[in-house]
Every structure is written in structure tokens, then in C-alpha cells.
Write a protein that binds this ligand. Structure first.
Ligand SMILES: Nc1ncnc2c1ncn2[C@@H]1O[C@H](COP(=O)(O)OP(=O)(O)O)[C@@H](O)[C@H]1O
Ligand SMILES: [Mg+2]
Length: 205
């Protein structure tokens, strides 16, 4: 039998070295064609130099998530709300690069989050439900918006979990209740968003 050929993306993925420091993973080395475009709890996302693509590489304990996430991306492949998946390996995915900001960055930089963005997220999640998925883990770092006001959802591994998730409904309720009020800060400091997120997580346990 012919050995399967190693792709360029797999070669890139193999250049990435993570180092664990306390309970966090850091990128110790990566190929010069890659630049870090986002750091998550389970993976780091790298932008490819010459192509509008992201290589998402999972940290060792989370490698099995790659399989789940690629499976979910295949289910929503007809929707432009989700990046297209081009390739996946045991510990990585190759998806469209979304040239935009996360909702977290918008709040931090004082970029308005329009009601239409909320509507687009609703549309995207309804679509995922129609494809048999259970949208979960919808938070500010996984929602992106481009300069053209197009919303995209990333990080959908947990869309195949079975337990109900109320995160998006709670986030949306918070948006309608507080976002347009005079007391809502024009720029929200990171520490404040992280504090709210950790209190929210604690109440969900
Ligand atoms: N396709 C993408 N386009 C642009 N930025 C991305 C993309 N994928 C991930 N990112 C950035 O990388 C961060 C971490 O990626 P994510 O897939 O959410 O990892 P995790 O599963 O660890 O949360 C995101 O919050 C976002 O800022
Ligand atoms: Mg994420």
C-alpha cells in the first residue's frame, strides 16, 4: 500500500511546539509562515502567510476535539456563517481566516455591536440546529464580525454535545438589558469581561 502523502498543512502543524506552564499552554516554536491570530483554551489559531486560512492546532490533551470539530464543520458547510473546512488532521484543522474582530474585541475597543449582529447569530444557530447540531459554547471569543458587518461563528466542537446550553440566550438577554443603557461603558476593560465570564461559569456548575 502507498503511504499517504503528507500535506503542506500537516507539515506546518508538525512545526508547532507547545509548552505547558502552570496549567496554560504557550507556543514555543512555529514555522515562520505562520502568525498567531488567536489563543484559546484548547488550541491556538495561526494565520497562514500567503493564504486567507487559519491552522487551528489543539494542545495535547484536547487533540480528540479536532475530530469532533471537523465533523461539525462538515454539517454546516453550506452556510456562510461558518468558515469552510479545507483539511483536518489528528490535532489540527484548516479553515477560512475571518478578517474581523471577535465580539470580545469589539466591546474592548468600543466598536458597536449592532442588533443585526445578534440577529445574524440567531440565524446561524437556527441553521446549525436544522442540521442536527446543538449549538453550545457561544461566547464573545467565538463570534466574529467583519468590516462588512458579516457575522461568523467559529469553534463549534461543542455543537455536538447533548446537554442543553443556555449561554447564547443569556448573552443575548444581557445585551438587550444592558448594552444600550447609559451606564454601559463605551469600552469594556478585559478584566471586567473576564470577571463576568468567570462569575457566569461559576453559576452554571
Ligand atoms: N478562522 C478564524 N479566523 C480568525 N480568527 C480566528 C479563527 N479561528 C480562531 N481565531 C481566533 O483564535 C481564537 C482561538 O480559536 P478557537 O477556535 O476559539 O480556539 P479554542 O477552541 O481553544 O477556544 C479565537 O477566539 C479567535 O480570536
Ligand atoms: Mg474559542
Amino acid at each position: 500500500m502507498m503511504p499517504s502523502s503528507i500535506t503542506l498543512y500537516e507539515t506546518y502543524a508538525k512545526t508547532i511546539v507547545f509548552q505547558k506552564n502552570k496549567s496554560k499552554y504557550h507556543v514555543k516554536a512555529h514555522h515562520p509562515d505562520l502568525t498567531i491570530c488567536g489563543i484559546g483554551r484548547s488550541a491556538t489559531a495561526f494565520k497562514l502567510k500567503e493564504e486567507p486560512l487559519v491552522l487551528k492546532v489543539f494542545y495535547p490533551p484536547y487533540e480528540t476535539i479536532a475530530e469532533q470539530e471537523q465533523h461539525n464543520y462538515r454539517k454546516v458547510k453550506e452556510s456562510s456563517y461558518y468558515p469552510t473546512l479545507y483539511e483536518s488532521g489528528s490535532n489540527y484543522l484548516v479553515i477560512d481566516y475571518i478578517d474581523g474582530r471577535t465580539f470580545f474585541q469589539c466591546l474592548e475597543e468600543g466598536i458597536p455591536i449592532l442588533p443585526d449582529y445578534v440577529h445574524q447569530v440567531d440565524q446561524a444557530l437556527s441553521y446549525a440546529k436544522r442540521q442536527g447540531l446543538n449549538p453550545s459554547d457561544i461566547h464573545l471569543h467565538n463570534l466574529l464580525v467583519t468590516k462588512e458587518n458579516r457575522v461568523h461563528i467559529i469553534d463549534i466542537a461543542r455543537f455536538s454535545q447533548t446537554k442543553p446550553c443556555y449561554q447564547w440566550n443569556d448573552l443575548k438577554a444581557g445585551y438587550y438589558k444592558h448594552y444600550h443603557r447609559a451606564y454601559f461603558p463605551s469600552k469594556v476593560p478585559q478584566w471586567m469581561m473576564n470577571l463576568v465570564a468567570s462569575i457566569y461559569r461559576a453559576t452554571q456548575q
